[in-house]
Design a protein around this ligand. Structure first.
Ligand SMILES: [Zn+2]
Length: 371
């Protein structure tokens, strides 16, 4: 990962590079930001920069042996720690050996991905993932080993918020007094839930969300067409990961999902709606909000259509759907549905239970559609 592969955030990149140039690289740094933003890519680009054999004033070279191995996460001096299923001491090596290749693939495929994306890749949807006591023993082991190649030794800890307190406490001492040239890069999406003993021992690197323009341009560079890129960037709340999802298969998936959902409400298919609310609750906060925002966007377009204007729709399929949907419901029902979804979104933002919120929303929509 190079800095140039991360859209925008120039100020932060400059700061990180400048700390290196001034010889002020803090030994324990906490990269913090919201899920779906560039937190992990930034930490990886930073590690590549520090270890690159051929860096310039702005970036790592991307091709030297260190850059190449960091890209694949196979550098012997980069030790990975991330949430996984817990295992008894005698099973730990096996769990680790199975999880690491998966994690490498996950980072290669979706460096902006969040915990849900990792859970799906890992194939452990029904388990609680954590950074366990055994992981912290492994960290202590990593720290006691010499750097294989004589340069930096990096412990990358992805999602320290999922460390249980005893494993967090086990690493406090090494966070405080690391051996020379040992770096801890912690990558967190939930700063507020971290133990104060961790935050007080690390230097905070705040990774902000990207701007609308940065995300739109990034998607266009990746080959997404302009109108789709704008649409995804608008819904993404500054999260590249979410924007990529919306712009890719997520878009047509979300679209089909919405039609199916409305059909279930129309037919009062309670079994389907209960299942839907369960799937919804498992999909993760960003996706939940993303799918409701998507629904709001569609209904807004349908309202515009119902009032006799032309909505700013994206594709022929959407224009046709919005047209039909709008004619079927009419202005008043559309407005009521719109208000209900908006309200559900506000509840979600206040941390209501996603399953109950979604089911209640469906029941309310049934009333509107069949009223
Ligand atoms: Zn390099």
């Amino acid at each position: 990962m190079q800095f140039s592969e991360i859209p925008g955030l120039f100020e932060l990149k400059k700061q990180l590079i400048s700390a290196h140039k001034r010889g002020k690289v803090a030994h324990a740094q906490l990269f913090s930001g919201r899920p779906g933003t560039a937190v992990l890519p930034m930490a990886l680009a930073y590690a590549s920069y520090l270890m690159c054999e051929n860096k310039n004033d702005e970036d790592s070279c991307g091709t030297c042996p260190n850059c190449a191995r960091i890209r694949k996460l196979i550098h012997p001096d980069i030790h990975l720690h991330f949430p996984k299923i817990s295992a008894a001491e005698n099973k730990y090596e096996k769990v680790l050996a199975e999880a690491i290749p998966r994690f490498r693939e996950f980072v290669a495929e979706s460096p902006f991905g969040d915990l849900e994306a990792w859970v799906r890749k890992y194939g452990q949807e029904n388990k609680n993932l954590l950074i366990s006591r055994e992981d912290s023993r492994q960290m202590l082991k990593n720290v006691s080993m010499r750097s294989v190649e004589g340069g930096y030794k990096v412990l990358l800890i992805w999602m320290p918020e999922l460390m249980n307190p005893s494993s967090a406490n086990a690493i406090l001492k090494i966070l405080e007094e690391p051996p020379e040239k040992t770096l801890y890069l912690l990558v967190s999406y939930n700063y507020d839930s971290l133990l104060a003993t961790i935050t007080s021992r690390t230097q905070l690197v705040n990774v902000p969300p990207n701007s609308f323009e940065e995300i739109r341009n990034y998607l266009i560079e990746k080959g997404v067409d302009q109108s789709k890129a704008e649409h995804a960037a608008k819904l993404s709340e500054g999260k590249v990961g979410l924007a990529q999802y919306i712009a890719s298969e997520g878009e047509s998936q979300a679209y089909e999902d919405f039609q199916q959902w409305m059909l279930e409400c129309w037919k009062k298919d309670l079994t389907g709606l209960v299942r839907r609310s369960e799937d919804f609750s498992k999909s993760g906060k960003a996706m939940q909000k993303g799918s409701l925002n998507f629904a709001i966007e569609l209904i807004r377009n349908a309202v515009v259509h119902a009032s006799g204007q032309t909505p700013p729709t994206q594709s022929a399929a959407e224009t046709s759907f919005v047209g039909k949907f709008s004619e079927k419901l009419g202005f008043e029902k559309l407005e009521k549905t719109y208000a209900l979804i908006n309200e559900a979104l506000i509840h979600l933002e206040r941390n209501s239970n996603p399953r109950i919120t979604h089911l209640n929303l469906s029941l309310d929509i049934i009333r509107v559609l069949n009223g």
